[in-house]
Design a binder for this molecule. Structure first.
Ligand code: SF4
Length: 261
């Protein structure tokens, strides 16, 4: 599964970063894409001293989970984990189309900057900039001070931001098509699909071989499967599962692991 990672960064609180993240999540979800988010908070803790989860972690657990009727929260002992985006990314589901990180302004990932003024961009890694948003967009004199070759998008123009993200993601993923010309996408060759994507006539996710929903990993190596092999795996596993008791009516994801030793 291929996931596009983007950071929404800004200089301080209350510039509208969360509003931008909300808009992106809403619009991408409406397109049927699966989104994960990460929020970077400086300092602090989610846990409460003397509560049960705190006692579990203090006793030496590397991680603890809390589950309610509607939510699952896992708390990892961060003394064992570096505070970098990859730490959180590693703990998220692997079948996400996008991960939107609020924060981590020094990271290498593509970024949307949300700012009030030109000076807010100091101390932000400006490499790989997708767009500038926030109240600065309404201030021509502040915008003039920026020497940036990036689109400027109003904070409520989420669809515009989504189009910019999708264009970046498609460009990157199209260069990674498997090259096995299996025709499962409806095109004769991978290059034909690539051309159609570049012309805006197709979506790179039509390559079901690359954007597989059936992921086979053998001893840590991801095995590329042609579309019809994936269909076969899916049909066999679903056929068996449907015969089992206590299987939920609506299934989103099946994780099957076979230990041979
Ligand atoms: S489904 Fe993917 S691998 Fe198969 S031809 Fe299309 S682009 Fe190539």
């Amino acid at each position: 599964m291929f996931t596009y990672i983007v950071c929404v960064v800004g200089p301080k609180r209350n510039v509208g970063k969360t509003t931008v993240v909300e808009g992106l999540v809403k619009n991408l979800t409406e397109k049927g894409l699966r989104i994960g988010t990460v929020k970077h908070i400086h300092g602090g803790t989610f846990d409460t001293p003397k509560k049960d989860t705190w006692k579990h972690i203090t006793a030496g657990a590397s991680a603890t989970g809390v589950i309610t009727d509607s939510e699952l929260l896992t708390i990892w002992n961060s003394s064992e984990l570096p505070i970098i985006p990859e730490t959180a990314l590693d703990k998220l589901p692997k079948n996400l189309d996008y991960v939107i990180i609020e924060g981590f302004r020094h990271s290498k990932y593509p970024k949307i900057i949300v700012a009030d003024a030109a000076e807010d961009l100091e101390n932000i890694n400006l490499e790989n900039l997708i767009a500038v948003s926030g109240r600065i967009v309404e201030k021509p004199e502040e915008l003039k001070k920026l020497d940036l070759d990036a689109p400027v998008v109003k904070i409520n123009e989420s669809e515009k931001l989504v189009n910019l993200l999708e264009s970046r993601a498609q460009t990157i993923f199209v260069n990674q098509l498997p090259g096995i010309d299996c025709k499962s996408c409806g095109y004769d060759t991978c290059e034909d699909l690539a051309k159609a994507v570049r012309a805006g006539e197709a979506d790179v996710r039509q390559c079901i071989t690359m954007f597989t929903k059936v992921d086979l990993t053998i001893d840590g190596k991801n095995i590329v499967m042609k579309g019809f092999v994936q269909d076969l795996f899916r049909a066999v596993v679903m056929g068996v599962i449907k015969e089992l008791k206590e299987v939920p009516e609506k299934i989103r994801e099946i994780d099957l692991q076979i230990q041979l030793e």
